[in-house]
Ligand binder design. Sequence first.
Ligand SMILES: Cc1ncc(COP(=O)(O)O)c(C=O)c1O
Length: 405
Amino acid sequence: MCSRTESGSLRLPTYPWDTLTEYRARAQAHPDGLVDLSIGTPVDPVPAVIQAALAAASDSPGYPLTHGSPELRAAVVGWLARRHGVTGLAPDAVLPTIGSKEFIGGLPRLLGLGAGELVVYPELAYPTYDVGVRLAGAEGWAADSLTAIGPRRVGLVWINSPANPTGRVLPSEHLRKIVAWARERDVVVASDECYLELGWEGTPVSVLHESVSGGRHDNVLAVHSLSKRSNMAGYRAGFVAGDPALIARLLEVRRHAGMIVPAPVQAAMAAALADDTHADLQRDRYAARRAALRAAVTAAGFRVEHSEAGLYLWMTRDEDCWASVAALADLGILVAPGSFYGPRGARHVRIALTATDERVAAAVARLIEQTGDLVPHGEQREAAVEKHRPPDHDQPAASEADLAR
Ligand SMILES: Cc1ncc(COP(=O)(O)O)c(C=O)c1O
């Protein structure tokens, strides 16, 4: 996990999902086949309304607008108002992205951050925040509390609610304090809100909501994705919205660099954002899978923590995460080790809700039937822990982690 590869002058971590290959093979050897709950890639069909919009826009010979079509930007404004109570957002303050991962990995650089400038992201975090820091040559700081940072100059703060991997929801009061702190210092707050529609026990709120932003959007950017809401991961469809001056700056760079969302995808995004029926249906599917998996993993001895929103269950059996990964792989179930997301995840695993109902039912049956096999002392489990033990004083696992999700 902790080896580093040189890519020009960039120091990038080992691609984390590659370290799961052995467990994937083990899980695939299960007589009833693999249940892949690792990466969290959507498996349900792209809704017909979206496919139709893509097809109808397939005759697109000209260059699309980097800023996004007026229809798409109006659809974003409409969706944020209708579903998330965001007011006062002008269509000009919206910018489509080629999925949100591309934007997250590029934001520090697009903002012109570099050596000596700090980018703060959560202690347990989606690893692409750290990758963006590395690509810009800036300095990353994994911290959940801004007071720990002291007087150092911060260029960008990432927040992520609902969070990957923990499913934690930050209350608007907390978000408001972060925004106020950032405005006082003229720091950009980027809020990764790609799971905003997937609140289960908590009610996620956008950074653009008046209760957080105070009704003005200076210094804040909300980063969104249609990958999960609308099963559009294969389309690469995301957008960012917020501070009009920041959006104008980002647009200028993206126009120069050719970072343009294809016109048929823009049309499909507009259709997806205008339609809530498919999103509600997809949400119901995830709710049912979540309930079934939660009961089964609990029966199998795991304790689910946070997970009040989002697309994952964050759980522990109070053992090294690789022991849990190995034990579950023996049941044919592939999950993500918590260490992918930071050192504090070393005793957790993350399971995704993105498998078909049939595969989820298979996982549930195996977990319930074979609970007795999941004792944490098998030789193979010990070997798994030893193999993935980080060298002493190594880089935090947050910066080693999951570049794909
Ligand atoms: C927190 C978070 N942000 C961003 C992404 C990237 O999503 P996409 O690039 O598909 O929009 C993911 C993907 O899983 C994620 O978990």
